[in-house]
Design a protein around this ligand. Structure first.
Ligand SMILES: O=C[C@H](O)[C@H](O)[C@H](O)COP(=O)(O)O
Length: 224
């Protein structure tokens, strides 16, 4: 069986050129991109500076010999390559299934170009089947949960394997909203970001420039 995540991850590594500052995404698809990039560095002598979007990716990149900097140590990022949980025909998406949405969004917002890499299951006609992650300050999270319940957003506090509240790299909680279809993503984004205690949410609107999608055994490049 074709490994679609590997296929798009390896294709994405071809978009990187010598001297670039590259945002390194997080997750099981971005894993293959980081590995393919590391291969180009060791085999072709490609010189790049990596900006990891999570501690998990930083560990992987370090183990594989990629030079790394934080987003504040660089003037800007040339290209960020990251996974997505869902994307729609306008290339708006949901991210944060792996909890890395905050730093992912900061790095993407400071990138000249953003490419998402996706297996075929990530392409949707309307966002919202995937639970929407909202990163929140721990203090007051109980009240945000109650607010989301009242709004009918069916919130759940994300927990780790031990059943304890999941902590992001920045030590916040994540509340997942089970919306079953988002009709106005822009309005929802505005609502969420203005709630006191919300740090960031997983709606990535007007951020991706391209998606490399695995479909029918090939890589399809979808441009905005
Ligand atoms: O927080 C995690 C990130 O947003 C991931 O890029 C996203 O969840 C997609 O992950 P995966 O490639 O493992 O499906």
């Amino acid at each position: 069986m074709v490994n679609e995540k590997k296929m798009v991850g390896e294709r994405a590594a071809e978009f990187v050129s010598d001297g670039m500052v590259v945002g390194l995404g997080t997750g099981s698809t971005a894993y293959y991109f980081v590995m393919a990039l590391a291969k180009r560095i060791s085999e072709e002598g490609l010189k790049i500076s990596g900006v990891p979007t999570s501690l998990e990716t930083a560990r992987l990149a370090e183990k594989n010999g990629i030079k790394m900097y934080s987003v504040d140590e660089v003037d800007g990022v040339d290209l960020t390559i990251d996974g997505a949980d869902e994307f729609d025909p306008q290339l708006n998406g949901i991210k944060g299934g792996g909890g890395a949405l905050l730093i992912e969004k900061i790095i993407a917002s400071n990138s000249k170009e953003v490419i998402w890499i996706a297996d075929h299951s990530k392409e949707v006609s309307q966002l919202g089947s995937f639970p929407l992650p909202v990163e929140v300050i721990r203090e007051g999270s109980k009240h945000l949960l109650a607010y989301f319940t009242d709004k009918g957003y069916q919130p759940t506090l994300r927990v780790n394997d031990e059943g304890e509240p999941y902590l992001t790299d920045n030590e916040h909680y994540i509340i997942d909203l089970h919306l079953e279809g988002i009709t106005d993503a822009q309005a929802l984004s505005e609502e969420l970001i203005h709630l006191v205690g919300v740090v960031e949410h997983g709606l990535f609107l007007d951020i991706a420039d391209k998606v490399i999608l695995a479909k029918d055994g090939n890589c399809q490049i979808i441009e905005k």
